[in-house]
Design a protein around this ligand. Structure first.
Ligand SMILES: CC(C)(COP(=O)(O)OP(=O)(O)OC[C@H]1O[C@@H](n2cnc3c(N)ncnc32)[C@H](O)[C@@H]1OP(=O)(O)O)[C@@H](O)C(=O)NCCC(=O)NCCS
Length: 436
């Protein structure tokens, strides 16, 4: 019997099947041959939250959640955060290799010259209510770009794809900044091509009457590092949305909007905003033990803690702690840091968290830094979406060019009624519908 195989005995029929094991994985479709009789559909797997199902082969990001390792294209996140700029990392994610000096120069020039938005997008943004959530504006405006660039639907044309990728990476900071200015009622600021990616973003956010907003170099570098940390994270909820929607050959603007919509959820990218709300609710270091008690009783979740993949310290959280020190040297300490540190200290020492292997994740400290930098909590998830756009697009491109990929279409286990006889209106009795 071949070594890399799995033998399954079906106790319903006493038949045995041998199926290949490749990369520690069996193919779900190999189970379909396991039937009780020729009419039987064949064996399926049931995995409602993809707890143990690989949906693709990918060479972009590697995570070892037990050992707290994160690498983009083989490079440890710690090294990239120390030595690269965000746009260099975006290039790495998309092209699979770090750029040469010339490649980086061209790439930066290209992205920089695609930061401008069409005036219709500005008008579209003006239509939102003054207090619309920036993520709602971000998702809708990214989707609206599909109406500006209809040629983006030619997803099998490599040059066309690259053009849309450059546009998206260039334009997401402009959309993000507009959503902020819209909330605060200030005029939108146009991009400035003399500035770096993060400096330009900060200029579009905070420029008032001065000719140019000059960001403190430590702050713009810290934001760049945060962008690097958030650039990709393999098959998370948002990326899965990007791939699933993109698998229908939907254009990248609409697919990116879907991914951003997934990111907006409080269990995903929305968690950083929730962490700040939680720290506000706790109010002071002394209230931490009582709050932990409520978490342990199941009343609340400790936001910014726990991860589907990391069962060890999230390596990004470590770098964020370092970046926060750089920011606080400029801005002064955020008073919420004390509460966060106390929460972490107590939680890491508590049986409940130890047993469940719950550690701080990337969102636990990011909100504290963002707030110290001057961002409002509503903007935090948008700050996550800007760099993640590069990751989504790298994953989308990989999916589109993968000959094994088809339209994503899961199976279900049907639990509803079998065929029923139609009931005419006069014979129907009222039923209170179960939720859902
Ligand atoms: C990230 C998250 C959604 C992962 O969920 P998951 O992989 O499905 O993990 P589970 O919900 O199965 O959690 C396993 C156990 O830990 C507990 N748990 C998980 N995260 C927890 C948290 N943040 N606070 C308290 N308990 C938590 C669950 O209640 C469960 O306990 P049980 O076994 O007694 O039922 C989850 O940890 C969470 O909601 N965290 C808070 C939100 C957050 O920070 N999200 C950002 C992720 S980067």
């Amino acid at each position: 019997m071949a070594e890399n195989t799995l033998t399954i005995t079906d106790n319903r029929t006493q038949k045995s099947y041998t199926i290949p094991v490749d990369n520690g994985t069996i193919r779900a479709m190999d189970l379909r041959q396991i039937k009780t009789d020729p009419e039987d559909f064949g064996l399926m797997t049931y995995d409602p939250a993809f707890m143990n199902t690989a949906s693709c082969k990918s060479s972009i990001t590697f995570i070892d959640g037990d050992r707290g390792i994160l690498r983009y294209r083989g490079y440890p996140i710690e090294v990239l955060a120390e030595k690269c700029t965000f746009l260099e990392v975006a290039y790495l994610l998309l092209y699979g290799a770090l750029p040469t000096e010339k490649e980086l120069k061209d790439w930066v020039h290209n992205i920089t010259h695609h930061t401008m938005l069409h005036e219709t997008t500005k008008k579209f943004m003006e239509g939102f209510r003054y207090d619309a959530h920036p993520m709602a504006m971000f998702v809708s405006s990214v989707a609206a770009l599909s109406s500006v660039y209809p040629e983006a639907r030619h997803v099998h044309d490599a040059d066309n794809r690259l053009h849309q990728i450059v546009r998206l990476i260039g334009k997401v900071p402009s959309i993000a900044a507009m959503s902020y200015r819209h909330n605060v009622g200030f005029p939108y600021v146009y991009p400035d091509n003399d500035l770096s990616y993060t400096e330009n973003f900060m200029n579009m956010l905070w420029k008032m009457v001065e000719p140019k907003y000059v960001a403190h170099p430590a702050i713009s570098r810290a934001l760049d590092v945060l962008f690097i940390l958030h650039a990709d994270h393999e098959q998370n909820c948002g990326t899965n949305a990007m791939r699933a929607v993109g698998s229908a050959q939907t254009d990248p603007y609409l697919a990116t909007a879907s991914a951003a919509a997934a990111l907006a959820g409080p269990l995903h990218g929305g968690a950083n905003e929730e962490v700040l709300k939680m720290l506000d609710e706790i109010g002071s270091k002394n209230n931490v033990p009582a709050y932990i008690k409520r978490v342990k009783s199941g009343e609340l979740k400790l936001m910014g803690f726990g991860h589907r993949v990391y069962k060890n310290y999230d390596p990004r959280a470590k770098i964020i702690k370092w970046a926060s020190e750089q920011v606080f040297q400029v801005t002064g300490r955020n008073s919420k840091l004390e509460i966060a540190l106390e929460l972490e200290r107590i939680a890491l020492d508590d049986e409940y968290f130890i047993k469940r292997r719950l550690y701080p994740n990337v969102d636990f400290y990011s909100g504290i830094i963002y707030q110290a930098m001057g961002f409002r909590p509503e903007m935090f998830t948008v700050l996550f979406a800007i760099p993640r756009t590069a990751g989504w697009l790298a994953q989308w491109q990989e999916m589109i060019t993968d000959p094994e990929q088809k339209i994503a279409r899961p199976r279900q286990i049907y639990t509803g009624c079998q065929e029923r006889k139609f009931v005419p209106m006069e014979k129907r009795t009222s039923t209170v519908l179960a939720a859902g």
